[in-house]
Design a binder for this molecule. Sequence first.
Ligand SMILES: *Cc1c(COP(=O)(O)O)cnc(C)c1O
Length: 494
Amino acid sequence: MNDDRAECGPLSQRLRELGASLDQYLRFEHPDAMSRYADWHGVLAQTLPEKGVGIEQVVGELGATVIANGSTIPNPGCTSFITTGATSVGVLASLAGSVASPQRIGLTAFNYLEELSLEWLAEMFELPSAMKGLYSSGGSVANLVALGAARQWAFERIGIDPSRDGVQRPCRIYATDASHHTVHRAAAVLGMGRKAVISIAADPQGRMCTEALRQQLQADLHKGEENNRDVLPVAIVANAGTTNAGVIDPLNEIAQLAKEFSIWFHVDGAYGLPGILDPRVRPLYEGLAKADSVIVDPHKWLGAPVGIGATFVRDRSLLNRAFTQEASDYLEGSVTDDNIQHSMDSLGIPYNDFGVELSAPSRGAVVWALIREIGKKGMRERVCRHNAMARRVAELARAHPNLQVVQEPTLSICCFRYISDDDGVECDLNALNKQIHRKLVQQGRSIPSTAVINGMLAIRPCFVGARTCWEHAEQLVEDVIAAGNELVRGERSD
Ligand SMILES: *Cc1c(COP(=O)(O)O)cnc(C)c1O
């Protein structure tokens, strides 16, 4: 008896304790988690506790052992992949939701913000107001949901309900090799198979070659005519910001082809959709408004805590048909449509039938908070700053004899590499830059990732973190030069 001592009462004192540990963490002065692996691993690797230790000790261990050995990703010098730490207001709103809104059902303020913040996102990124949205856990699921709508639309046009009867035709999804691999996985999960994703050639900058797309569409259309059991084009996937290099496909030309061939036009803007806020690159988004579906990850550039992606579709009823669980007596029976007087009288907008999650956290309040805090103007300033920082890195690289720009920035990614001016000595630049990257990671101050562009391994910073500023961009360039010089000199002395 008396073992269920789970604390459910006032939070503020525990929050103060946890807050102190988090503030300490946010100074980014602690050594990397791996340098103390033995210490924390020794403390944490315990067998299943038979008896609990109580909340006070748990909060203490969270602070001393877990938080103190957390991730380096929120560090302002970390520009790896496309990921960053959340800003404070997003963390607070997320916490508020986990206390006061465990589900996105019912007529509550949290649930109202779910729809309102989706509308704000659509407006901020210039999507047509008819486009309705849905939150999910991130770009992976957001792409899955969008392609589920595309699949539904394509099959319904030939009289088949694929969500009820399954995929009865070989499908085609058209995308460049630079597309995120979650597109392939979505095709697999949706029963179309990864092989349904057909690779469309790209130009030297990595943008989809629309002439190649046209030829592929024409070839597939012919097959369809000869034998009506043959391939069914389901979607064209364009990138508004590729993961590798931040490249934007020619959206307007692709939109025109999609219209001409009556194919669903999906835009993956998980990372790059906020780029439309920067007036210098905004023209590249022409044609976005013609998309049938668009995704964006608030947990990338907008600084939300991880776990928030958004899908927008021209017709949300398609999502309902693609992802319905069908009426269930455990849900619908509990609510009423008339004389609504209580927040539990109605489930509210049935998001659980638009995607693949039933239970889900309140993500709308988080996105609402992020936008409410700094407004569209603040978001624009962040995006413009990060895009400008990528250009600054390119400028510094061009000006330095030992650096080379591998891919000119479109958004906030700059791919560049160290080159040796040591003429006469053949040098494997890919190996050298890989070593430079390893060195940077071990030093722990500037942590970019790498990308292979046209066979060249490049150092690849992606600036999306709200904490990341000009000094970090310049520091990174200096750190690459220093690491390269040291390695090349080391090689000579061998
Ligand atoms: C990050 C990314 C994804 C995947 O998003 P997750 O939130 O990591 O699931 C998909 N597409 C693009 C273009 C991305 O940059």
